[in-house]
Design a protein around this ligand. Structure first.
Ligand code: G3H
Length: 258
């Protein structure tokens, strides 16, 4: 039995302004106010402009909800218009920074090389990267999902030492299942999450591989989370659309109640 603590992270994407963010986190806090969820770590990943509001609420009310950013610059400062740096996120006491979400790879041409630089930038500032990997529909149809995803893992972790790698979170998100309602089967999720852990063992040894949390992402809802979480190599979920509904997100966090 794994002692990895599941991580349920809500990726709000480009939704909820800073006022809506406050109302939303208050609803989550209310829904998670008892002790039942303590064995699950809960995080929200709001747009950058919401982070200060979320920080103020979490600090002020001593909430256990963690928060992080949806992206991070590979650079620490300088003439990079529009970018947000690791030191800025660390100053806001972010716990996490998402790296290489498929929407960044698709719409902003983010490569494995850039993702690797962002992973290192996050570690430089004590932020935990959530490295997103996963195949598109064409790759899945060709049956190459494992090789494709492991190449992204290799690229993202290049020259990352074991003591950092053991703290990373990897999110397996088959692109064809994101926002489509098309959820991967628990077996699909396990196939690739298990392969990712196997690759981590090859790269860093089994002890490190056993510490890394691997999430599944793609049309997760309260109705399918329990079956996905029953798989041995799935340690949580990266939740998009369903995380915008506070009641639904709380139900996902409480997957063990089902
Ligand atoms: O980061 C979250 C994923 O892209 C999944 O999004 P979704 O739950 O809306 O399918």
């Amino acid at each position: 039995m794994s002692d990895r603590i599941p991580l349920m992270a809500g990726n709000w994407k480009m939704n909820l302004n800073h006022l809506e963010a406050i109302a939303h986190v208050q609803k989550l806090a209310f829904g998670l106010a008892d002790k039942d969820y303590e064995a699950v770590e809960v995080a929200v990943l709001p747009p950058f402009v919401d982070l200060r509001s979320v920080q103020t609420l979490v600090d002020g009310d001593k909430l256990k909800i963690k928060y992080g950013a949806q992206d991070i610059s590979a650079h620490d400062s300088g003439a990079y218009t529009g970018e947000i740096s690791g030191p800025m996120l660390a100053k806001l006491r972010c716990a996490y920074a998402v790296v290489g979400h498929s929407e960044r790879r698709q719409y902003h041409d983010e490569t494995d090389e850039l993702c690797n630089a962002k992973v290192k930038a996050a570690f430089r500032h004590d932020l935990t990267p959530i490295l997103c990997v996963g195949e598109g529909l064409d790759v899945r149809k060709a049956g190459n999902q494992v090789a494709h995803t492991l190449a992204q893992v290799d690229g993202g972790l290049k020259d990352v030492p074991a003591e950092q790698a053991e703290t990373i979170v990897i999110a397996y998100e088959p692109v064809w299942a994101i926002g489509t309602g098309e959820v991967a089967t628990p077996e699909d999720a396990q196939e690739v999450c298990g392969a990712i852990r196997g690759r981590l063992a090859e790269l860093y040894g089994q002890e490190v591989a056993d510490k890394v949390r691997i999430q599944y992402g793609g049309s997760v809802k309260s109705g399918n989370i329990a079956a996905i979480m029953a798989k041995p190599d799935v340690d949580g979920a990266l939740i998009g659309g369903a995380s915008l509904d506070a009641d639904e997100f709380v139900k996902i966090v409480r997957f063990r109640d089902q």
